[in-house]
Write a protein that binds this ligand. Structure first.
Ligand code: SF4
Length: 165
């Protein structure tokens, strides 16, 4: 019997590729920074939310109908405004077609000073504050002190808005 000796199959020693290691380290650091940033954001939102609900209570928040956070004692009720039922219509359809959402996207439907304001296309005021103050979300922003037209360049502003600038 003849035995043929096989040469040892030795793989060449793996070379350390420093460039590749550096790229991996940079990617790891970027991923770690992004994860830590996300955690920090979640914590920074969660902590005040926990403090808030300790003070107000979820039941009071969900069932209250008065919004007056700056008064003492403050009221933080959610103002109910039904625009559709997601069990009957898709959310996207409600968002696109609900008369209230359509009105929100059309500054010309705003009322009071906001409706007459040359800045209604870029500002529009707070619809939630209008609703809280008057019961009508399209009413004028109650906290705004601006008198429409007093800026003095109304025509120029409307011209710029009309041109899509
Ligand atoms: S009246 Fe005030 S809140 Fe309303 S659109 Fe003009 S600047 Fe904005």
């Amino acid at each position: 019997m003849v035995v043929i000796e096989q040469p040892a199959l030795a793989l060449p020693r793996k070379r350390i590729r420093w460039g590749e290691q550096l790229v991996r380290l940079i990617l790891f650091l970027a991923a770690a920074i992004s994860v830590l940033t996300t955690v920090a954001i979640v914590l920074s939102l969660l902590m005040p939310a926990i403090d808030f609900f300790r003070e107000i209570g979820p039941w009071q928040f969900l069932t209250g109908t008065t919004w007056a956070p700056l008064f003492e004692p403050g009221s933080f009720g959610v103002l109910p405004l039904a625009v559709g039922n997601v069990r009957q219509r898709p959310l996207t359809e409600i968002y696109r077609e609900s008369p209230l959402f359509v009105a929100f996207r059309d500054p010309d439907q705003l009322k009071g000073r906001c409706g007459a304001c040359e800045f209604r296309f870029v500002c529009g005021g707070s619809r939630s504050r209008a609703f809280g103050a008057t019961g009508d979300p399209l009413e004028e922003e109650s906290w705004c002190t601006y008198q429409p037209g007093s800026f003095g360049r109304r025509e120029r502003i409307e011209e710029l808005i009309g041109a899509g600038v």
